[in-house]
Design a binder for this molecule. Structure first.
Ligand code: AMP
Length: 561
């Protein structure tokens, strides 16, 4: 392996990247940097995000800038505002010791005037989203006549976002003797058009094979009935207490719904999609980067440009239609030498898609069995115990109160204290899973599974039905009175709910005429109550999301069991 100096990188740049912790070049850098430092070399690099591609094109470009010509000499085009800011930030870091070198990001969704002012002050490298750069060209606020290097980063993404014509337009304003560099995670056919039209004999560099998923990503799928998808998502989150990942949905509406459900159920989650304002999206992304959110529910488009290195999981709540999108999504985990898991929650109709993706990424998916309530509780307990073992004890802070705590707990032995600690942390979870039905694998699918699997499911199925007889979670356990609808509410005796307080809660939440309440069945952690059929919708709409007993009320028609 060569050093950065041996690849020809100038000492002032090496100094800056060394400070950033770059000790040795990454493979894409080893291939691309010497090529770009030579003259007249064009490069097509098939490289996923996270491979070090920004430095691969960034270092040679910066090194070739002539500082005294205070005019744009390099243009980097990228699909999103976030990526634009990130690339410009990286280039600024790399050029820390190149005096007076100026890099400016220009992107849509923010004041064009301030970007114009910044450009007027002079710039050497423009990092831009295509639409905004065209706006600036049309206003004659940028002159690209001295541009020698053009980088198309995440070219496949730019094409899939419909920037093809914008790229043509921008290139028509840059002298033809420019050098072009194209970076892409996949090679859809549109890329061939660009390379054929604009590039002269480019070096093709492949880091990882075409359309291949990242090496250290484990691909799994769970085959479930469509109605159970959300329950399975919750189980997977519960089974992985330290999960830090993105849940991809197919539509903005579904994204918002799943995020709302997760939040309502007490998960550390939020949504990211195109119906949010730029300020809201920035805020969510920042929270996610800081790990204040564990599960980010997002659409493909909104998640573009969100760059987080150490995601543990990518969950496909809805599989994308094409292999490229799957590769992009799953390439967000297993980065920077870490391992990651890409999980698809699929129903029978999507079986074909799994096969197609397997062919595209040249890897096979493992089939996962949805963890049982018992397995989940065990995992959570051990994770908690593990944290307990490793927690930093702040002796000084607590030394004053410890003696009185010891005195108060004096009558309990160590085993008792451990039991109480665990019960305090886990009673709710254990109760939930005790009462929840196990999740069935779709019947048709089971026929093709090995016998062991079928038996396990049969046993689970029997257990499930036993539970149903005693009134399982959300299964109402009894038929409602004629003319009445039976509703499920996520509050129970443990929360302090009584028939009286339930009626009070209804009266407080529902505006207009009062609703008669029929039979009320209070259970430990949830309850059922009946209201006249014609009022059911109004009750559900008015009470859902209301805060009561320190919880957010979730209410829905009870499923008949
Ligand atoms: P990129 O693919 O450009 O987004 O880079 C992925 C991550 O790797 C970023 O966090 C970079 O800062 C980091 N990185 C890039 N090159 C190196 C290197 N030679 N050594 C260590 N880290 C690097």
């Amino acid at each position: 392996m060569k050093t950065f100096e041996e690849l020809g990188v100038a000492p002032n740049i090496v100094r800056a990247i060394t400070e950033m912790g770059y000790e040795n070049p990454m493979p894409v850098q080893e291939e691309v940097i010497p090529c770009l430092l030579g003259s007249g070399n064009e490069v097509i690099a098939l490289a996923q995000t996270g491979t070090g591609k920004t430095a691969a094109f960034g270092l040679p470009i910066l090194q070739k800038i002539r500082i005294d010509d205070f005019q744009p000499q390099a243009v980097v085009l990228c699909p999103t505002r976030e990526l634009c800011l990130q690339i410009a930030g990286d280039l600024n870091d790399y050029s820390k010791y190149i005096d007076h070198l100026k890099v400016i990001p220009v992107y849509g969704g923010s004041s064009i005037e301030s970007q114009i002012r910044a450009l007027r002050r002079g710039v050497h490298v423009i990092v831009a989203t295509p639409g905004r750069l065209i706006d600036l060209i049309n206003r004659q606020t940028v002159d690209l006549q001295l541009v020698k290097n053009v980088v198309l980063d995440e070219a496949d993404e730019m094409l899939s976002m419909g920037f093809s014509e914008d790229i043509d337009e921008i290139l028509s304003h840059i002298p033809a003797e420019r050098n072009m560099l194209l970076f892409s995670a996949t090679m859809p056919t549109g890329i061939a058009r660009i390379t054929k039209k604009y590039m002269r004999n480019p070096h093709e560099i492949i880091i990882g094979r075409k359309n291949e998923g990242a090496q250290n990503v484990r691909h799994m799928y769970y085959m479930v009935n469509a109605k159970d998808k959300y329950l399975v998502l919750k189980r997977l989150a519960d089974y992985n207490p330290n999960i830090y990942g993105i849940v991809f949905c197919r539509t903005k509406k579904e994204t918002q719904e799943i995020a709302d459900l997760l939040i309502k159920d007490g998960y550390n989650a939020d949504s990211l999609h195109g119906d949010l304002s730029q300020v809201q999206r920035d805020y969510v992304m920042q929270k996610f980067r800081l790990r204040n959110i564990q599960l980010l529910v997002a659409t493909d488009v909104a998640a573009r440009g969100l760059d987080v290195d150490d995601l543990t999981h990518i969950i496909h709540y809805g599989l994308p239609d094409d292999v490229e999108s799957y590769t992009h999504r799953s390439g967000r985990t297993g980065r920077a030498g870490k391992t990651g898991t890409s999980i698809a929650i699929v129903h029978l109709k999507e079986k074909r898609k799994i096969k197609d993706i397997e062919k595209g990424i040249l890897k096979t998916f493992e089939q996962g069995l949805v963890p049982s309530g018992k397995q989940i509780c065990e995992r959570q307990l051990f994770s908690f115990i593990d944290k307990l073992e490793k927690v930093k004890v702040n002796e000084e802070e607590i030394q004053d109160i410890l003696p009185s705590i010891y005195r108060k707990l004096d009558w309990l032995d160590k085993e008792d204290i451990i039991k109480r600690l665990i019960s305090h942390e886990f009673n709710l979870l254990i109760d939930y899973y005790q009462e929840a039905s196990e999740i069935e694998t779709p019947q048709e699918y089971q026929k093709n599974r090995p016998d062991k699997f079928r038996n396990e499911n049969r046993n689970e199925f029997l257990k499930r039905n036993e539970k149903r007889d005693s009134g399982s979670f959300k299964g109402s356990g009894r038929a409602s009175e004629k003319g009445y609808t039976r509703l499920f509410i996520n509050l129970g005796k443990t929360d302090g709910l009584t028939p009286h307080s339930l009626i009070g809660l209804m009266n407080d939440s529902i505006k207009g005429r009062k609703v008669t309440v029929g039979r009320i069945d209070l259970m430990k952690n949830f309850s059922f109550f009946e209201v006249p059929d014609k009022e059911a919708k109004r009750v559900v709409q008015s009470m859902n999301g209301v805060k009561a007993f320190k919880r957010v009320v979730a209410i829905e028609a009870a499923k008949a069991s």
